[in-house]
Design a protein around this ligand. Structure first.
Ligand SMILES: NC(=O)c1ccc[n+]([C@@H]2O[C@H](COP(=O)([O-])OP(=O)(O)OC[C@H]3O[C@@H](n4cnc5c(N)ncnc54)[C@H](OP(=O)(O)O)[C@@H]3O)[C@@H](O)[C@H]2O)c1
Length: 308
């Protein structure tokens, strides 16, 4: 099968199209014929070598999202049959390919009203947003939530999920994205190039930190005692958290089929709409261009790669 692989760490030019053996499934897996995948910042970080040997053996196939149809079903799998439309964040990376073997327990049926490209934009970013807001942030109706980088892959999902949970949502973005983020439900959009969110917001129940560094540090200031600072990037300062009575978390998203089903339900009800920045073909140049776009750090929503 065709796959886009790296044989050593480095820049986008290390992404190469190769013919590799089709994956074999075990009894608890399904083989998905990939119609679409997407780029997440972790893909470019792995490509550069940030995870070192933990990335796996070369040639390495990147990619952590898939939408497609079921091509083979493992003996123990009862929930899926041939040709079912599905989507997933597989436990192992490797979706920049024509086929991917995925543990069936992390797969969900593709929402009917999303295209394959839209569905491929959901799993990694959507599960991250869900786990940050629900599992770690304990967001409930009436809470005030600040989402940093609202126009990003995670941010566009998080705004919609937080609104579904009944929260009042503030988000940081550049001015050009204000209209889009308001259309997703954001109540307050703060232009981070002109305004300092920590001077404007106060008494928040939760902050979703997608940026780290100084932005994380300043985020303590907007939280009320008992609030939650949840970071996707680095562990918040424990001493400061203790002094202010803030709960903190830093976590890595875990693939979970039941949560993906909840996201599919929201999408089917029209409450979760993936925002697609751009779409590229699954070939060497397409994936290289998609990585360059992701590394601009200014994509609006998700970058999708399509095979069909
Ligand atoms: N821990 C985990 O499991 C996990 C999971 C997913 C992602 N992450 C990490 O979380 C981060 C965000 O992921 P993502 O997929 O959302 O990234 P992304 O889609 O690449 O984010 C791009 C967005 O960031 C915005 N942005 C850039 N600088 C900003 C600033 N100073 N203030 C506010 N917004 C800013 C841009 O908006 P403008 O164009 O308006 O500037 C752009 O829309 C990444 O570092 C990723 O690796 C971690």
């Amino acid at each position: 099968m065709k796959a886009i692989v790296i044989e050593e760490f480095g820049g986008p030019d290390k992404l190469q199209e190769r013919s590799v053996p089709e994956p074999k499934i075990d009894a608890n897996q399904i083989l998905i014929k990939v119609y679409a995948t997407s780029v997440n910042p972790v893909d470019t970080k792995i490509r550069e070598g940030a995870l070192g040997e933990a990335s796996g053996d070369f040639p390495l196939i990147l990619g952590g999202d898939v939408a497609g149809i079921v091509k083979e079903v493992g003996d123990n799998v009862k929930r899926f049959k041939l040709r079912d439309p599905v989507f997933a964040r597989p436990r192992q990376f490797g979706t920049y390919a024509q086929y991917v073997a995925v543990d069936a327990d992390v797969v969900a049926k593709k929402p009917d009203n999303l295209s394959y490209e839209e569905a491929a934009a959901v799993p990694l970013a959507g599960l991250t947003a869900w786990q940050a807001l629900v599992d770690h942030g304990k967001v409930k109706a009436g809470d005030k939530v600040l989402i940093h980088a609202g126009a990003g892959g995670v941010g566009t999902m998080a705004i919609q999920i937080a609104k579904h949970l009944g929260a009042e949502v503030a988000t940081t973005a550049s001015a050009q994205n204000e209209e889009l983020l308001k259309s997703l439900g954001a109540d307050h959009v703060i232009d981070y190039k002109k305004e300092d969110f920590s001077e404007i917001l106060s008494d928040y129940d939760m902050v979703l930190d997608t940026m780290g560094g100084d932005i994380q540090h300043k985020s303590f200031k907007v939280l009320k005692p008992g609030g939650h600072l949840v970071s996707l990037l680095e562990k918040p300062d424990e001493q400061q958290a203790k002094e202010l009575g803030i709960h903190t978390a830093h976590f890595m998203m875990e693939p979970k089929g039941d949560q993906l089903e909840k996201l599919a339900e929201l999408a089917d009800k029209g409450k979760l709409k993936p925002i697609i920045d751009s779409t590229y073909w699954l070939n060497e140049q397409g994936v290289r261009d998609a990585h360059v776009k992701s590394e601009s750090h200014h994509a609006k929503g998700k970058i999708v790669i399509r095979e069909k």
